[in-house]
Write a protein that binds this ligand. Structure first.
Ligand code: A3P
Length: 283
């Protein structure tokens, strides 16, 4: 069912790097026309921005009022669906996650159908997390060293493409959609409360507590599903790493050289000058 690790490679499709052997360009092109229901929720992130689990956990409380089904497998990647049929046949309410840029997403979102939650993380930590992920994930090329990966990331020569373009593509269309922007660095409790309120459900203090507890890094680290341990070893080398790696803010300081940091800041200022977003870089 899965190809040999050596056969995965990034292939440009309409300006987007998809992973051949995993993503199908035909399905990606169909997503545009997927019919959106008002109850649909899409969680959008650039890779390694985290917090999908927190959202999934909150969502399950919204749907079931129990924590029986807190399970990452039940939150499918829209870019991994094998056809529109799979999307249509899921019962409401549906939740999907995606790393795709805005231009691939269902047009129905622009008619204010469904809800979009965009999760952003400070891009220096994203870069470091992605560096480690490239060693862990067999479908991505293992970088020679950190400096090599730094260049790749800055060029957008990775799955997800350019971080700056990703966040800008979604956030500049926020008015068109039912859109909520959250960040990795927010306190889990605040995050969960904000998601619950966006989904139109206030959790009881007990439920809030349960979701927060479920979503702490410590508990996530011990949760096989949150670490995608069911994914076969030719895709993820479970000996080499884990989805839940370190879970901190400011790890980039352990990797960036002074020169890399200065360069990153310069690019950031230039690319983000018209974008009113701010990040917490360290805690
Ligand atoms: P690190 O590599 O910095 O540890 P994604 O789930 O988008 O692939 O992102 C994974 C990154 O988010 C990893 O970052 C992971 O540890 C972190 N992460 C995921 N869930 C988290 C949580 N509940 N609390 C803190 N960090 C979390």
């Amino acid at each position: 069912e899965y190809q040999n690790a050596l056969e995965y490679k990034l292939v440009l499709h309409r300006g987007f790097n998809l992973i051949s052997g995993i993503h199908s360009p035909e399905v990606l092109d169909q997503i545009h026309n997927f019919e959106i229901r008002d109850s649909d929720v899409f969680v959008i992130t650039y890779p390694k921005s985290g917090k999908r689990e927190n959202i999934a956990a909150t969502w399950y409380y919204y749907v079931t009022a129990t924590n029986d089904q807190l399970n990452s497998e039940r939150v499918p990647w829209i870019e991994l669906l094998d056809s529109e049929k799979q999307f249509v046949s899921a019962s409401s309410p549906r939740i999907h996650v995606s790393h795709l840029p805005y231009k691939f997403m269902p047009l129905g979102l622009k008619q204010k159908k469904g809800k979009v939650i965009y999760v952003a993380r400070n891009p220096k930590d994203v870069l470091v997390s992605y560096f480690h992920f490239h060693k862990f994930a067999n479908m991505l090329e293992t970088p020679k060293d950190f400096d090599t990966f730094f260049e790749k990331f800055m060029e957008g020569n990775v799955f997800g493409n350019c971080w700056f373009e990703h966040v800008k593509s979604w956030c500049s269309h926020n008015d068109e959609m039912n859109f909520s922007y959250i960040t990795y660095e927010e306190m889990i409790k605040v995050l969960v409360e904000r998601i619950a309120s966006f989904l139109g459900r206030n959790l009881t203090p007990q439920q809030l507590n349960d979701v927060v507890e479920h979503s702490t890094f410590k508990n996530m680290k011990n949760n096989p599903q949150a670490n995608y341990q069911q994914v076969p070893v030719n895709l993820l080398n479970h000996q080499q790493g884990a989805f839940m790696r370190k879970g901190t803010v400011g790890d980039w300081k352990n990797y960036f050289t002074v020169a890399q940091n200065e360069r990153f800041d310069k690019v950031y200022q230039q690319k983000m000058k018209d974008v009113p977003l701010s990040f917490i870089w360290d805690m």
